[in-house]
Design a protein around this ligand. Sequence first.
Ligand code: CTP
Length: 402
Amino acid sequence: MPEPAPKKIVLGITGGIAAYKSLSLIRLFKKEGHEVRVVVTQNALQFVTPLTLEALSQNALYSDSFTRNEPYSVAHISYADWADVVVIAPATANIIGKFANGIADDALSTLLLAVKKPVFLAPAMNVNMYENEAVQRNITQLKNQGCHIIEPTEGDLACGICAKGRMEEPERIFEIITQFFSQKKKWIGKKAVVTAGPTYEPIDPVRFIGNHSSGQMGFALAEKLAKQGAEVTLITGPTALHTANNAIQRIDVVTAKEMLDKTLHYAKNANLIIMAAAVADYTPKTIASEKIKKKNDNWELSLEKTTDILLELGKRKQKNQCLVGFALETENEAENARKKMQEKNTDFMVLNSLRNSGAGFKCATNQVTIFAKNGAVFEGECKPKIEVAGEILEFVFGEFKV
Ligand code: CTP
């Protein structure tokens, strides 16, 4: 077995009693041959000393945004660029809150906003603080941003009680990070097309027919695929979402017709196509060139069917091309999803149920059941959409040799 390549790790330590355990974490990383740069908050220095951190990491400590380092560079940016991964252990409620809300008022929180690499946070705090609604909301927000949360464990807390809130043991954190490094980039060399968001069908220059799709599920899939090495084209209807990942080519469309044209074009060379968009089924027969004036008590609008993009993709499906559809159902869910999979010739159908209050449109979370053409079924739990995206890709990868 070849030696694992040394990695560059930025270890952020914040002010909690578990900070002393991070000393072992530095040792574990160093023993494995990784390079470690430590960034601390001022509160962390109440628990561990600069001398210990520098001796263990064999690197200068970064604790002050206005530190000068040689040769000249802006430390929070240069550390963010340098790192392969950032690990915050322990992560207090304070740093979690700041990071989730974009606050940058010290060296570590400023660095976090500049990081484009994977970030792991190992929370440690009193159980009531951990269960606090604001803290949980911030943790969910960070998960949605793609951060990895290393859940705290149950045990004796510094406040004298035994409950959930202890930072995960350094050995386990080390294992999680090592596992992350050894993960193969499964979709490397693969071309993927993902559609997302709603479509808007114009009625006149100021009105349209649309739907509540936020685009989050499709964006999460694109993000995960890009992180796992795929070359991704994201075709999206109108949404407020942003794509920060350079590996994602984003194509903005408005109408179902535009989405059809772009999707058929980019799907030609794709290995994987995921139709997560909520495409309008009907569009106005004619678009008025001027704003339609209010006249009668009733207004009847004449609509015509749009082309079913997934059905077209199914007809054109090439050998070794994997096609994934979504089904939104409110009744006979499994039966309808399976029927759609057959009719549209997809390899997978991801069922979104609107029965679950924490799942679906506009929610940050989702719960899906995935049906594979080969008969396999995956039943997911309600999770942040970025994690659901991971589950979908994992299942697709396992059941279909793309
Ligand atoms: N879809 C599509 N083009 C359309 C309509 C839907 O490609 N014009 C795709 C969606 O992106 C999704 C799948 O078809 O992947 C299923 O969408 P859904 O709304 O659940 O089903 P429909 O086929 O539209 O049928 P119905 O609305 O009657 O349930």
